[in-house]
Design a protein around this ligand. Structure first.
Ligand code: AMP
Length: 186
């Protein structure tokens, strides 16, 4: 096993599974301990930033999804040098926005991006912590699309198996195939 694989195993061990949160039947993936381990966090972000820069896709911007996606997205943006755009829950962004509604593994919500943050033909990497049904990331992709951007890839730390989130993203985004979706801990 490579040093990288060992590092991923250590990251995996830091994540705490919390049953029945925020409601019965949901196994919540608590990634917050990763942010208390500065050595592993640095290893993870350095390796992933290198991957994002060298995977042959020319991203112009990272769009990070509220809220844990902000933590990872900001670090990846810093390390790659890519600009960061925030996709926030409805009502949080102060300037003109475009929004999209989505269903969640637990509930439903609405997400928004500042209209001025995406320019025509911007190649966008969408970043979040956990891919579940894919509803949130698909809604963000819809906003990017409606603002004239091109969704060029997705990055997730992990996914909830059995919810077909990747299939949902591929169905929703005509330019995307499985190779454009990076799930670090799979
Ligand atoms: P979805 O839209 O169903 O793919 O849900 C993804 C969003 O909900 C992400 O922003 C995650 O942070 C959060 N999420 C959904 N399911 C879980 C889970 N089991 N554990 C932690 N976060 C989750």
């Amino acid at each position: 096993m490579s040093e990288y694989d060992f590092m991923l195993k250590r990251i995996q061990k830091l994540i705490i599974d919390v049953p029945d949160f925020p409601k019965s039947g949901i196994l919540f993936k608590d990634i917050s301990p990763i942010f208390s381990d500065q050595s592993e966090l640095r290893n993870l972000i350095t390796a992933q930033a290198r991957f994002i820069k060298n995977n042959g896709r020319d991203f112009d911007k990272i769009v990070a999804i509220e809220s844990r996606g902000f933590l990872l997205g900001a670090l990846l943006a810093y390390e790659t040098g890519l600009p960061l755009v925030l996709a926030r829950k409805a009502g949080k962004l102060p300037r003109e926005t475009v929004s999209a509604a989505y269903g969640l593994e637990y509930g439903s919500d609405k997400i928004e991006i500042h209209t001025s943050d995406i320019k025509q033909d911007d190649h966008i990497l969408i970043v979040d912590d956990v891919l579940a049904t894919g509803g949130t990331a698909s809604a963000v992709a819809d906003i990017v699309d409606s603002l004239g951007g091109k969704v060029a890839g997705f990055w997730f730390l992990m996914e909830v198996k059995g919810l077909e989130g990747q299939d949902s993203l591929i169905n929703n985004c005509p330019f995307i195939d499985a190779s454009d979706i990076e799930v670090v801990l799979s």
